[in-house]
Write a protein that binds this ligand. Structure first.
Ligand SMILES: Cc1cc2nc3c(=O)[nH]c(=O)nc-3n(C[C@H](O)[C@H](O)[C@H](O)COP(=O)(O)OP(=O)(O)OC[C@H]3O[C@@H](n4cnc5c(N)ncnc54)[C@H](O)[C@@H]3O)c2cc1C
Length: 492
């Protein structure tokens, strides 16, 4: 039997990983990427460079023996969220019941570059950079690529073509032509720009580097993920239009006022924030749904090309990696005699789950933006972690199932709803309410304490010292993290 010839369009995170999986079967794989080789060219400034890797992504890497290298050399572990208030106080929400339940922050280019290195070392895989897919013969899986520098075009034949060319996939667009396929794309009315939270002159982080930092402000938000060099990459999220929006921030003064008003504790660590904000493009958040992911056993979509989700559950790439695991296992089980039904089964396994993920991701955006500051949300999280400690397998928080397991997304949500119903029958809503009341009281006390400190400092002319006293302490050592964890929970 001859080995299949595979064309993969898009050598981003999903395409590179799938290329490695298929090449390790000894198949002939050609991986075409529109951009230049990111390992040799400067990164595109100002676009989604920091991501998080969770259990699903790690499992996909582990099946290829790549996880340990990635964790050790590319990632920073995150143990929870640090929620910053306007007064500079910080609430910490752990991601799990212990320090093993972490997610990993990394730079897109570092991971993509590493996957390209591994892919390049596969003897049956060839990488082609600067090649834009511009044409597709759906019946024969023959694609046309245009060299972005010379404009020269070349046709490439294959047995199967896989479109992993991202949310605005060309392969998907061409596959949909004259087919009875529903396609839906939905943008959030918010966009984002990236800003840098600098490390100290000694290269030390200015805030806890093992947390995802969030500054929620209702209709806008800043969140930040740590870089390996001690700096953090901030993502400033605002509505496109309206009173507090990209549109309304016309001058450098407007931008500075916005940062000063809403994110005062972090502004001292962002000396270039205004310039970065003004010079960088606004990026958008899009959800994409396509009712069919494959065509006649010849074309298959994976990753964002099939199911782009907004990034607020940190799962888009994890789901793209899980696509690779699921497809690989299906090939093991079914062989390649009938690509058409294999692709149909792949879609049936994945689509209900990625549809659920799309909804969860939008819901989590609203939670991060606003409700995360409400005591009831913290109370719910605490109660679910507490119940998980008590009943382990029987009461698992939704976040844990999504981020720390490989349970299908739809099953996780179903189980979560069941747990919630049982909790309601047992009257646990009352317990949640009591915990939230407790958080409210402690918040009020902490506010009074902050106000007292501020007025005392103002009287002594020490305003700056007070802001730093109540801001998140500069921590990185484990024993210090404990201090943060046991700190008074403070919510606005
Ligand atoms: C701000 C932000 C934060 C995110 N954070 C997280 C996170 O924390 N965790 C997480 O799991 N996910 C996160 N995501 C989602 C994640 O980035 C995507 O889900 C993931 O990159 C999808 O991988 P992919 O390979 O399908 O697509 P991509 O990584 O987008 O790769 C597509 C590739 O195809 C290439 N291409 C496009 N068109 C063509 C063409 N015509 N011809 C040839 N090549 C082409 C592109 O150049 C690109 O290299 C985030 C996304 C954003 C925007």
């Amino acid at each position: 039997m001859t080995t299949p010839r595979i064309t993969i369009v898009g050598a981003g995170l999903g395409g590179s990983l799938l290329g490695i999986y298929l090449a390790r079967r000894g198949w002939t794989v050609q991986l075409f990427e529109l951009r230049g080789d990111l390992r040799r060219e400067p990164a595109e400034a100002g676009r989604s460079i920091k991501l998080t890797l969770a259990e699903r992504g790690l499992t996909a890497l582990a099946e290829l023996g790549l996880d340990e290298h990635v964790k050790k050399h590319i990632c920073v572990p995150l143990r929870g969220r640090a929620i910053h208030s306007r007064t500079g106080t910080v609430t910490y929400q752990p991601y799990g019941k212990n320090d093993d339940e972490v997610i990993h922050s990394f730079s897109r280019n570092d991971l993509n570059g590493y996957l390209l290195d591994v892919a390049e070392a596969e003897p049956t895989l060839r990488l082609h950079f600067g090649q834009r897919c511009v044409g597709l013969d759906k019946q024969t899986a023959t694609a046309t690529f245009q060299d972005v520098r010379t404009g020269a075009e070349a046709r490439v034949e294959a047995d199967v073509l896989i479109g992993s060319d991202g949310a605005f996939s060309t392969v998907r667009r061409m596959m949909l032509v004259r087919e009875r396929i529903d396609y839906h794309q939905e943008f959030l009315p918010w966009g984002y720009k990236e800003v840098t939270i600098e490390a100290t002159a000694e290269g030390l982080p200015q805030m806890d580097r093992h947390a995802l930092h969030v500054w929620p402000c209702g209709d806008h938000m800043l969140f930040a993920l740590p870089n390996i060099d001690g700096s953090l990459c901030g993502v400033c999220t605002l509505p496109f239009e309206g009173p507090h929006s990209f549109e309304s921030l016309e001058s450098a003064g407007d931008v500075e006022t916005m940062f000063r008003t809403h994110f005062p504790d972090v502004l001292p660590f962002m000396p270039n924030a205004v310039e970065e904000f003004q010079s960088r493009p606004i990026s958008e958040f899009v959800t994409v749904r396509t009712s069919r992911w494959h065509h006649q056993g010849k074309i298959l979509l994976i990753g964002d090309a099939a199911h782009s989700v907004v990034p607020f559950y940190g799962q888009g790439m994890n789901a793209a990696f899980e696509d690779c695991t699921v497809l690989n296992r299906l090939i093991d089980r079914r062989g390649t005699g009938d690509w058409k039904s294999l692709f149909a089964e792949f879609e049936a396994l994945r689509k209900p789950n990625t549809d659920v993920l799309a909804e969860l991701s939008v819901e989590n955006f609203h939670e991060l933006c606003d409700t995360v500051r409400r005591p009831i949300v913290t109370a719910r999280k605490r109660t679910s972690i507490f119940l998980n400690k008590l009943f382990r397998q029987h009461s698992v928080p939704l976040y844990t199932m999504i981020s720390h397991t490989t349970m299908p997304y739809a099953e996780a949500v179903e189980r979560h709803r069941r747990q919630e119903r049982i909790a309601r029958w047992l009257g646990l809503d009352l317990a949640v309410w009591l915990v939230s009341l407790n958080v409210r009281l402690r918040t009020a006390l902490a506010r009074r304490r902050t106000a007292r400190l501020a007025s005392a400092a103002a009287a002594e002319g020490r305003r700056e010292t007070v802001v730093q006293t109540v801001a998140v302490p500069l921590r990185s050592a484990p024993e210090e993290r404990e201090t943060l964890r046991s700190e008074e929970p403070v919510e606005l």
